[in-house]
Design a protein around this ligand. Structure first.
Ligand code: MN
Length: 267
């Protein structure tokens, strides 16, 4: 295992300077009372690694707040940026543009689809083992993972074996998204906090309404990703099986794995 970075990237300074949610504020308080943010981050990572074993313990029940300790602290702590081509976690200035989403097919130790929604300067992220479905009767398990930087939205390539998330990453879909009511980002924030996030995707492969609904289970938050009933719902199609190439480079997973590391920088 490579040395993990627990450094100050995306650290406390930024966290205190940003508009933070109630949850983020309480997480910061906890971080302070426990001595340091890094310490809390480590605890979060421990809980992640041993997720199943720690389920039900007090540590596990607190892991929900972990991601808010300092923006992208967990993301940065898990990665050695001298070894992976993934971007470092930084929060860009809010320029009031449309919110983006991205879905990355990720052949790590277990194949999954990383579903990411931009919110407050980061990509809220879920690992969806079976990928999205267009069938409104299908509920896809979506395990919440650490927030990712927005710059991750252009990442396609390979993460070296032995590194965190080692394996091939394909840009499977991307586009913009919005709240399904007229509530804008406030509505999305509320939905995320409440555990019932309703939104409309404007992607190349996925369009229309979806809901992410958080399950009441101990440990790391698990959600269900469900297509809502609208013109884009289609119970007869298996979109994950149909679409097997990159929405950006048109490459298959095999071609990405065989090719050179591809990096589309944010211009
Ligand atoms: Mn992943």
């Amino acid at each position: 295992m490579a040395t993990k970075r627990t450094g100050p990237r995306g650290g406390t300074k930024r966290a205190t300077g940003r508009k933070t949610s109630t949850r983020a504020k309480s997480a910061e308080k906890r971080a302070t009372s426990s001595g340091s943010v890094t310490k809390t981050t480590r605890a979060g990572r421990t809980a992640t690694t041993n997720g199943a074993r720690k389920t039900g313990s007090k540590t596990a029940s607190r892991t929900r707040a972990r991601a808010s300790t300092a923006p992208l602290a967990e993301y940065n702590a898990k990665r050695d940026f001298t070894r992976t081509a993934e971007p470092t976690g930084k929060i860009p200035k809010d320029r009031g543009k449309a919110l983006h989403f991205v879905i990355q097919k990720h052949a790590a130790s277990h194949l999954h689809y990383d579903f990411r929604l931009e919110l407050d300067g980061v990509m809220k992220s879920w690992a969806v083992p079976k990928g999205p479905s267009l069938d409104p009767t299908v509920r896809r398990l979506a395990m919440e993972v650490e927030d990712h930087p927005i710059s991750y939205n252009t990442f396609e390539g390979t993460i070296p074996q032995g590194e965190y998330g080692g394996g091939t990453v394909m840009l499977w879909d991307r586009g913009t998204y919005e709240a399904d009511d007229d509530g804008g980002v406030e509505s999305l924030r509320r939905g995320y906090e409440k555990g019932e996030l309703r939104f409309v995707l404007h992607g190349k492969r996925l369009q229309g309404g979806f809901v992410l609904a958080r399950l009441r289970r101990p440990g790391r938050p698990q959600w269900l990703l469900i297509k809502r009933r609208d013109d884009h719902a289609d119970a007869d199609r298996d979109i994950a099986a149909e679409a097997t190439t990159s929405v950006v480079s048109r490459r298959t997973m095999e071609q990405i794995a065989a090719g050179r590391r591809v990096w589309h920088s944010n211009r």
